[in-house]
Design a protein around this ligand. Sequence first.
Ligand code: PMP
Length: 322
Amino acid sequence: MHHTAVFAPPSLPGVADSVLDLIGETPVVRLNRLAPAGGAQVVVKLEGRNPGGSAKDRPALALVRDAEASGALRPGAAIVESTSGNTGIGLALVGRVTGHPVVIVHGGTMSPEKLAVLRLYGAELIEADWAAGPDDPDNPRAVADRIAIERSGWRSHQYDNPANPGAHYRHTGPEIWRQTGGRITHLVAGIGTGGTISGTGRYLREVSGDQVRIVGANPTGSTYGGGLPGIVRVEGVGTTWPRSHWPQNLDTSVPHEIRTIPDDVAAATVRDLAAQEGLLVGPSSGLAVAVALEVAADLDERHVVLAIAPDSGTNYLTLLAR
Ligand code: PMP
């Protein structure tokens, strides 16, 4: 039989048609040792189980689909983005499958593991200067803007594009509500672009009749919790605003509170999760779980605190092995 390029094989019951169909539906697990017995349940949603290894696969797919549908991203055109890593990995993965070359501008602060993953997905990597201010031409966002124009490419604008929180509103929020049988009382999520907390948090507030409390996790050095900007060490979260861009995707009416946690507490929590719970997660997951444990300490067994763990520790082995 002659097979053309459009030949679609018959579907098989337990087989995904493409890796894109494996995005989402991530598992949730209870912490049985780190959370005190008899108190609030602390449970963790393992976004590292997405095919690209992080929560950012969800917005990456939504951003690309949305831009293809609107015509902003034409067939075969380049996807260009400035990112600390996981959005780039998500876009690189989605770009492979949908036939778009991907150019990632990074600030030189990405873990070696994430850089290797991006190279394996065939992304083109360009290094800019993370310390350059918003008006400096070497700023990663400015470099990405320039390259997008040169190559007639499309920028996903993950910090401001509503398709990012939209993916979490449509998928992450409903999954959590279903997985906890509607018994979640507190959501804890780190804030990078704000997509996760704004989309997931808005859904959970709406579906529960405003009974779920939304708590943001902010690393030392970041100004989401107020104060002055310093150095943010936890990858993927925090802001140095007003030294950097303020994300339109952070809907400040969604979180009830934002708690700031020192880097060493987030790092210690990563080690505790691995050694005591058998869960190998990344630094921003340690941050979110540290806040969840703090929140749970004041609650009783009627409460369910869910922390989002955005990625796996395998992205940071060089860092964690130190
Ligand atoms: N943790 C990691 C490791 C991330 O890559 C990101 C995405 N920047 C976040 C947390 C925060 O997610 P969001 O951008 O949706 O706020």
